[in-house]
Design a protein around this ligand. Structure first.
Ligand code: SF4
Ligand code: SF4
Length: 520
């Protein structure tokens, strides 16, 4: 028996095993309930969900081990969206493939599949701690007799060879082999996986996994909808808010981040103070009616030029708004933030993302150990008299009035001066998933919905971004569509003053039907 123990302090890497979501070949036992396409779509969502959980655990590198190989476009999308490395699975059966991954890791590794949606950051961190404490192995047994997670301090070939994978005795047989090897292991309580039609009923706890997929005929033509009706457009009425995207890197990885930020996503680079200043110059030169410069990311406080950008905007007479999670990057900036606050008062405002008033809901979205630092940051901002509002989410299924009451109780308890019943002081944003089916917005929708195009964000705002590798920043229609090139309107604010066709699911779900806006 190999008796070496783990010595490094670094968190252990995570390997996710997933098959390509090919209709007819993925989740085949669910095809009678969901159809071949629906089963493959669910499989794809489970993979995405698993990636989000793994990143939210904030452990070591996350690698997606792909079968039959990494060439399926879905995997490339995952790599781009989540910033994870792709590897092709190697071996004749599941055991050989897992053993290959463990051998490749050259040290401790945690392996999970994509079938257990309830496997979350807590399980992964617990597995990491168990190995760190000296166990040779850790498992999350599955109710069907297999396991949903295996972590090993080092490869153990005999746990994988000649195993009847797919049978209900895998975990029992693994225990027998662990004993024979004299290994110390720990198990969590059992998890369930999504394999049989009856498992679908348990997915009601994860509604985003079951929502109907977007009709691929929709949102293709900027002029007309899939039904041939004239698509709604929004003219730039008056540019009142200019958003600067400071870069997509963030200190955490939230499950449903609008812009898919994470500690690894640098698709939008850090913009520099000099690049941002060029847009402020253009506003002055063309006497544009901009009042507010908003800073969003990623986590804006990770951009080292944020202080200079804020100073520039505030000293030119603009109001400034910074969207933040108030965690470590903001807390490291407390000294200069106080200085700006002293000099500019309420013209500098911070909007804090607090997804729910309850710690477990917040951390389900944002990862473990994210609630207390955010509350601490909020309390510090409030105690120091900063202009402040809070952005929450409508994802828990609760009624809005109950959510507001919950936030109000939290704010009262923590001494945070935010009025939870004021819809601007506490904005509650609808969930956005661009893969979920939504109606397209036509010109006649404005009248039917009693809404005006002027109420939509892109009637009064634009966002500047710096794409990775680009020579210069670009101006986009809004904060929500950072990666969709159809919404890149030009290099300058003047070039970006054209009307915007509402040709994206977010236009419908978030702006027109959800009624949300980032810059109220
Ligand atoms: S803190 Fe904000 S920017 Fe960062 S991942 Fe979460 S939602 Fe995205
Ligand atoms: S998502 Fe909203 S703000 Fe952005 S282009 Fe669509 S309608 Fe306009």
């Amino acid at each position: 028996m190999d008796t070496r123990r783990v010595t490094s302090e670094a968190p252990f890497p995570i390997a996710i095993f997933a098959r390509a979501p090919v209709a007819g070949a993925a989740k085949t036992r669910l095809i009678p309930r969901l159809g071949a396409g629906g089963a493959a779509a669910l499989h794809a969502r489970l993979v995405e969900h698993t990636l989000q959980q793994a990143l939210a655990a904030a452990l070591g590198e996350v690698t997606l081990w792909c079968a039959p190989d990494e060439t399926h476009p879905f995997f490339a999308q995952c790599a781009a969206r989540f910033g994870v490395r792709l590897r092709a699975q190697q071996g004749d059966d599941l055991g050989a493939r897992m053993l290959f991954a463990f051998a490749d890791a050259q040290g401790p590794l945690i392996v999970i599949g994509a079938d257990c949606p309830m496997l979350g950051p807590d399980h992964l961190r617990q597995a990491n701690s168990t190995l760190r404490a000296g166990a040779d192995a850790v498992f999350c047994p599955a109710e069907d007799g297999g396991y949903g997670l295996i972590g090993l301090a080092r490869p153990q070939a005999s746990l994988f060879e000649n195993m009847a994978w797919g049978m209900d005795a895998v975990m029992a047989e693994t225990r027998t082999r662990l004993r024979a090897l004299g290994l110390a292991w720990r198990e969590t309580s059992p998890v369930w996986d999504v394999d049989r039609p009856e498992d679908l009923d348990r997915l009601t706890a994860f509604p985003h996994l079951l929502a109907p997929r977007l009709d691929p005929a929709k949102f293709r033509d900027p002029r007309v909808t899939a039904k041939g009706e004239r698509r709604a457009r929004v003219e730039l009425h008056a540019l009142e808010t200019l958003w600067i995207n400071t870069g997509t890197l963030c200190n955490i990885a939230c499950m449903h981040c609008y812009i898919e930020s994470s500690p690894r996503n640098d698709r939008l680079e850090y913009i520099s103070a000099r690049e941002a200043a060029a847009y402020l110059d253009e506003i002055a030169r063309d006497r544009l009616p901009v009042k507010l410069i908003g800073f969003t990311g990623g986590e804006p406080f990770m951009n080292r030029d944020l202080r200079a950008m804020l100073e520039d905007a505030l000293s030119r007479g603009f109001d400034a708004l910074v969207l933040t999670n108030t965690m470590k990057p903001m807390q490291q900036a407390r000294e200069w933030l106080l200085d700006l606050h002293t000099r500019y008062g309420a013209r500098l405002k911070l909007r804090v993302s607090l997804d729910h008033f309850d710690k477990s809901w917040h951390e389900r979205e944002r990862g473990v150990e994210t609630f207390a630092p955010t509350i601490a940051g909020l309390r510090w901002l409030s105690e120091n008299g900063f202009a402040l509002d809070v952005a929450g989410r409508l994802f828990s299924g609760e009624r809005e009035q109950d959510l507001r009451a919950g936030y109000a109780a939290l704010f009262a308890r923590e001494g945070i001066a935010v009025d939870a019943h004021d819809p601007v002081a506490l904005m509650l944003f609808p969930e956005m998933d661009a893969d979920v089916d939504v109606p397209e917005i036509t010109e006649s929708c404005w009248g039917i919905l009693h809404k005006s195009p002027r109420d939509v964000m892109c009637a009064t705002s634009r966002m500047v971004v710096k794409r990775k590798g680009a020579q210069a920043p670009a101006v986009l229609a809004c904060t929500l569509l950072a990666y969709d090139e159809r919404f890149e309107l030009g290099r300058t604010l003047r070039e970006a003053s054209s009307a915007v066709a509402l040709n994206h699911p977010h236009c419908a779900k978030f702006c027109v039907l959800g009624g949300a806006a980032c810059s109220r």
